[in-house]
Design a protein around this ligand. Sequence first.
Ligand code: ADP
Ligand code: MG
Length: 564
Amino acid sequence: MSSHGARSVCRWTGGAQERRRPAGGTPFNRRGTRVPRDTWLPSVGAVLSRVTAFAIDGLDSRPVTVEVDIRAGLPAFAVVGLADKAVREARERVRAAVLNSGFEFPQRRITSNLAPAYLRKVGPGFDLAIAVGLLAASGQVPAEALERWAVFGELSLGGELRPARATLSVAEGARRLGIEGLVLPRERAAEAALVEGLRVAGVATLREVTEVLAGERRAPTPPPAPAAHESEGEPEADLGDVRGHAEPVEALVIAAAGGHHLLMEGPPGTGKTMLARRLPGILPPLDRAEAIEVTRIRSVAGLHAGPALAAGRPFRAPHHSISASGLVGGGAVPSPGEATLAHHGVLFLDELSEFARPALEALRQPLEDGHVIVVRGQHASRFPTRFMLVAATNPCACGFAGEAGRCRCSDADIARHRRRLSGPLLDRVDLLIGVPRPSADDLAAGPAATSTAARERVLAARERQARRLVGTGVACNARLTPRLLRRDVALSGTADAALRDAHERAHLSPRGRQRVLRVARTVADLEGAERVGTEHVLRALSLRQHEPGEEPDARSATPAAAPG
Ligand SMILES: Nc1ncnc2c1ncn2[C@@H]1O[C@H](COP(=O)(O)OP(=O)(O)O)[C@@H](O)[C@H]1O
Ligand SMILES: [Mg+2]
């Protein structure tokens, strides 16, 4: 390690290496990279290098050119270009890492500019680009290599590379840019290698980076991405653990089969949370495109650590104290919220009535559109939010409404509790079921289903949907549009009559009617039925008791009873 302060002449500051620009000329070629030194003309002593790096913007990355300019003057080191604190702090890390790796740190006036200037640069992922730019401008790595390689990573003071977030987005950005390869921390190489057609060099230290750029070290090929962990939620959890609850378990299967949102209501301790945690285990596995998307989101959120590709469906269960921006995304620099982390998986809101109203209201757009747009200043970030909503709640504040003699709530209390649930959210829930206290016999009996058996039924039903919906852009029954409903749910005469009857008696709204049709389609798919029959419609009606906002006395005491 050299102590540059004690040395009189640095390799690159020595008089012999002073470079001169030709009058009106420039020592850089069109692509902004330094031309080979033997073509240089005598100089006035300024050197510039350019490195391609990436800024994270929502879930995507945008190319950033890191320019490093070194010129005569008092020793100084500035980083400019709408950089946040972590990027400006890169100066200290870069200085220490360069020296501790045995390179010279030029005692001159150094300016690093991150362009384009309007784009906000966040996080420590620019360390490596600034360090490499500095080494190139001081002739310590070949600048030509920077045309072919982009770099991304955080530096430690000792010159080791630390993994940074959003590697997958960065690798995709590099591929889009048509750059040949990406140098990044070794721990993230497998994640970057998910992007096909991009050379990935996973390295451990700044020294190794320079060796790769100089062509002295072959970029180690990362191992093929292993299939990652099982589904989230509770990996060991099986539906076979649940005693009794034949009805709620069947409702869970219907929800999984059609991708329907589900609300469970019942007294405490009856197994609502237990049921919800078993949902990811009966959902179909992620396909590759979905897995890439889930990995990208987790990586941007800093949650993706181990294996390269996420395999399990996400299961997010935020605490009810969560804020609106925590739920749908936000922050000064927009980052994904729980709704996005649950994309392609399950968002579980336990104790729904305890969530703050603004937080639940904020879920309206994500539920309706499948994405949320977070606007900060002039800039909008779009986050996908296609999740299955599962919510659980007590029927009243004490939890025992409907159980004779146990509930201490007044009618007004119950009405207030119900109002907290009603509104835009409940209106988008397809299945609304009761989870009553299981009887002693139920608890002694065997399970209603195992996860393996349930998943097989779900998979078969999903296959039927996929075949029918091919080319429509709709993945499951829960998202059938009115036009597709007309096409795919042709009701028989008696089925239509049953629905009309329910319409009269249960005051079904037009939205409620569509909901019944979608669920009926799923029930038919689970049975392997081509047409939606009367029994499917009746079943769908029994899985949705009342319209939100109704008075409590309009509900029957046992929520699982059929309407009317
Ligand atoms: N139907 C059931 N079968 C088996 N165990 C149950 C059942 N209901 C509740 N339990 C047990 O009680 C615990 C609490 O259940 P939980 O799902 O948290 O209830 P809730 O969310 O309805 O208040 C569960 O972890 C489980 O051990
Ligand atoms: Mg619970």
